[in-house]
Design a protein around this ligand. Structure first.
Ligand code: RAM
Length: 554
């Protein structure tokens, strides 16, 4: 049996264990999908990278999260490789850019003879503050183990030692925890095997593109490159896995950068192969030890974005064979969403009596009822468009009238026509998210959309407490998208430059998972060091900049 066959059988065992009695609606297709997923696993490209400088941490209130690094004069050779590490004790190296991969170092005896092991602590980090904030006692709501500090006991010097765990970082702190008084040694030949499947960028900016746009474009590309591993990962530091909502945005950014559509295909097939017995695409997937979903992570917004990813993939590649093969999965996601829509044409999160996760942004307290009405309408349009491209519209003939009904229900039940914006939930919450998804789904005309966004954004200026703004580049992506959809081109450009450019000005060389210009320490997980500073869903400026060259590149 080939390796892929063995993996496939192991995977079937995993899935089989999940729900032994349920009937698997995709039983006949599943193995074929999984084979196609495994058959499109990309090769990683390797590059050996060495540190470019020694740096010292500076506490600075003006710097992002209060810390920055300054290079010191001495070279890495002089400061580390040629010096007794018992004198060095602690050093921080800058590798010059964000890297993902595997670390190796060498130690050498300088005098006398090793008579005891040596203990060294290595701390890898993406951001200066992450490197300089005490981690313990741990305050985060996610695992402490995401932090990249490792202690190595060197039993034998004069050898290469590799740290097995994959790291994502720019800075590396090395500290001596214990050594013998009876011999001297140095750490030398510190190196990093950087990996990515992205390859070469296939697009270029106009020569006269403004400098800030060039910088934002470059940082977007670096972010995506680092997240392109054997799947489109959400973040190489955290969570190391494939999320379908992130995949949608990555596939758009990929179109205008690496154009690596095989990786999109690989990911689409993984989701299909690992769907539940009743055909639901699970929100996220781990690759190791064998591909498996995060069981139970049912996020309907992400199921629907899988459909949009398939549609975009088809438009990018004309690969009808794949799209036809995966069409039943797309139809199933849509049918599942439709089961939440009441006779009144309103999406009801509790229609089935059990919890369904509807993710739009990590902003605390965001009401998702109205955004979900918009997202469902948008998904109906997108999945119907896919059906038409595949000649399958007869199978879904009832969708256009449902879409119409949902649009008019949205207007009559959720829109405050006097104030000119959408509200959400019993508390009539005002959010960017509600306006963005109602504009994306075409429920508001361009003129109405402009009024809604302008009113809500100006409310945010005068009474910030009354408006839920996105707290991540993910939610902000849909705001820019909505602005462009309803003809607010200049606002979209200014907002993008202000928001993503704000990260660049604060030193980002990859874009961050969470960002609020007014709160450097915002974290969905209760502690900012565990945020991912190179995050897939933040890479979409490259998409906007290239899709609208007249607007962004002049
Ligand atoms: C986090 C990750 C990921 C996102 C989910 C919803 O765990 O940041 O990117 O898609 O949340």
């Amino acid at each position: 049996m080939k390796l892929s066959g063995i993996l496939c059988s192991m995977m079937m065992l995993f899935l089989g264990n999940m729900n032994a009695d349920a009937q698997d609606i995709f039983a006949e297709q599943r193995e074929g999908w999984m084979q196609k997923a495994l058959g499109t696993t990309p090769e990683l490209m390797h590059e050996t990278v060495r540190p470019v400088s020694v740096v010292k941490a500076v506490k600075d209130d003006a710097a992002f999260q209060g810390w920055r690094y300054e290079p010191v004069q001495e070279t890495v050779e002089a400061a580390l490789y040629e010096r007794n590490f018992k004198d060095v004790k602690e050093i921080t190296l800058d590798f010059g850019r964000h890297l993902t991969g595997y670390f190796t170092f060498h130690t050498k005896t300088l005098s006398r003879c090793q008579d005891a092991p040596v203990r060294i602590k290595f701390t890898f980090g993406e951001l200066p503050a992450e490197m300089n904030t005490p981690l313990d006692p741990w305050k985060g709501s996610l695992s402490r183990a995401w932090m990249q500090d490792e202690t190595v006991t060197v039993i034998e010097v004069d050898k290469d030692i590799a740290i097995e765990r994959r790291m994502a970082f720019r800075y590396l702190k090395i500290e001596l925890l214990g050594a013998s008084p009876d011999f001297d040694f140095a750490i030398d030949d510190v190196r990093f095997d950087a990996v990515s499947s992205a390859g070469q960028v296939q697009t270029q900016l106009n020569d006269d593109a403004p400098e800030i746009i060039r910088q934002i474009n470059d940082v977007s590309i670096e972010t995506l490159r680092e997240c392109m591993q054997t799947v489109f990962e959400d973040g190489p530091k955290r969570d190391h896995r494939l999320w379908s909502g992130d995949l949608y945005l990555q596939s758009l950014a990929n179109r205008y950068s690496f154009r690596n559509f095989d990786l999109v295909k690989h990911c689409l097939y993984l989701f299909a192969g690992l769907s539940t017995d009743d055909g639901i695409v699970i929100s996220n997937i781990f690759e190791h030890p064998v591909p498996h979903p995060q069981y139970g992570s049912y996020c309907l917004t992400y199921c629907l974005l899988w459909n949009s990813t398939l549609l975009e993939y088809l438009k990018d590649t004309n690969d009808m064979e794949t799209a036809l093969d995966l069409w039943p999965v797309a139809r199933r996601q849509m049918e599942d969403a439709i089961s939440y829509v009441g006779a009144d044409g309103i999406f009801n999160q509790w229609a089935r009596g059990s919890f369904v996760w509807l993710f739009f942004d990590w902003r605390d307290g965001l009401d998702v009822n109205t955004p979900m009405q918009g997202a469902t309408i948008f998904a109906l349009q997108q999945t119907y468009e896919l059906a038409k491209m595949l000649g399958k519209e007869k199978e879904v003939a009832s969708w256009p009238s449902l879409e119409k009904k949902m649009r008019s229900a949205a207007r009559s039940r959720l829109y405050d026509s006097r104030k000119g914006y959408f509200v959400s939930g019993e508390e009539r919450q005002i959010s960017i998210c509600s306006q963005a998804w109602m504009i994306k789904s075409g429920v508001l005309s361009a003129k109405e959309g402009q009024r809604a966004l302008k009113t809500v954004l100006s409310l945010n200026e005068s009474e910030p407490e009354s408006v839920k703004m996105p707290g991540t580049p993910y939610g902000t992506h849909y705001l820019i998208d909505a602005m462009l959809t309803c003809g607010m081109e200049t606002d979209a450009r200014d907002y993008l430059i202000d928001y993503w450019g704000g990260m660049v000005r604060k030193g980002a060389d990859t874009f961050w998972e969470a960002y609020d210009p007014n709160d450097d320490f915002l974290s969905p997980y209760g502690f900012s060091p565990v945020n991912s500073a190179c995050h897939a869903w933040s890479c979409t400026p490259v998409y906007f900049i290239h899709k609208y060259p007249e607007l962004f590149q002049k």
